[in-house]
Design a protein around this ligand. Sequence first.
Ligand code: URA
Length: 433
Amino acid sequence: MNILEIIANKRDGLKLSKEEINYFIENYTNGKVTDYQAAALVMAIYINGMDYEETTNLTLAMANSGEVLDLSDLGLVVDKHSTGGIGDKITLILMPVIASIGIPAAKMSGRGLGFTGGTIDKLESIPGYDTGINIEKFRENVKKIGISLMGQTLDLAPADKKLYALRDTISCVDNIPLIASSIMSKKIAAGAEKIVLEVTVGSGAFMKTIEDARKLSETMISIGKLADKETICVLTNMNEPIGYSVGNSLEVKEAIEALNGNMQDDVKDIILELGSNMMKLAGKGDNDEDNKKIIMEKINSGEALNKFKELVQNQGGDVSYIDYPDKFEKAKYIMPVIAEKNAYVKGMDNEEIGYISCSLGAGRMRKEDTINNRVGITINKKIGDKVEKGEIIGYIHADDELKGALAIKKLLNCYTWSDEFVEKERTVIEIIK
Ligand code: URA
């Protein structure tokens, strides 16, 4: 077997065998297959596709290219993952809820890149919070208090890391078999027993249509079945940001508010749906209505908030910021964005909202960029809301006045308007099992 034959087979539309896929991944990870050969094969996959069996074999080969964690000593670990979004603070709220129900919340999260944010950057806006703990400490935390959220310090799925970076440079990111195998390889390597995936759909997501989101979901569920990792997908709307804030400490503050029982409707819908499905997979309740009641009780009683505080304290964070969120340092300029006419909000360019937040310093366009935790956007008006001329529809939080002024203009351009009434969009679109 050699790489030229494998490239030629995929180029000619043939199905790749498990051996061919393993050969490619092993030799790409160790550097014997070059980037230009891998690029040719990835492009052939992009054009000719892969069936479920090939996609599963690719997933397992990537998962096994580095360390594979075994977390079975912690109990039945149900992982949660989002395919990416704007204003996505769901993990910060959901994992303490899950832990307070008694399901081990052992989660490794990523940093933001491009227009989507990352949970690890958000957690690091809490002074002192250590996302870089080692795996022994991670296990110890979960055993002691039922929850730990850390960054990916281990070399998990290194083949995916290399392939993802390559795909980014050859316009091959938005491909269902490649996205599905990339996500599932990391989840399998991180030791998940069962997985709930939030598959985002819309202008701020990789999947722009419900049909594509369904195909991605079905592919990941099929990989889950073949890899013996039961998987449920929850399709959620990403045509507008989740909640009302975009930016690191702004989102942490919103998450604290939510854990205090003051949740935006869309945040609540996602928490209840993901949470209920995690409970089902963990064997903690089969009935959606009952599960959702339990989740609300955990929030309203303050148990979930206390779990979040325990998490922060246990990882070295300053809990006084959770008790008094006003302590979070504010951006230098908090600039109102003012509506220019009377209208209903018809649509929002959500991806652009992510880029505006990045341009203020809240995200990174390159891996080595540093993050400014203070900056971001507050959104007061979303799809279906009525707006009056002169009304404040949001705020730009900027440390640089010129960047802030530019962001105001850009944010106004993200909105499309209608004179007619506009229906609000559904947050949870469908569940695929
Ligand atoms: N997220 C991933 O982890 N991989 C992809 O390919 C796309 C989104």
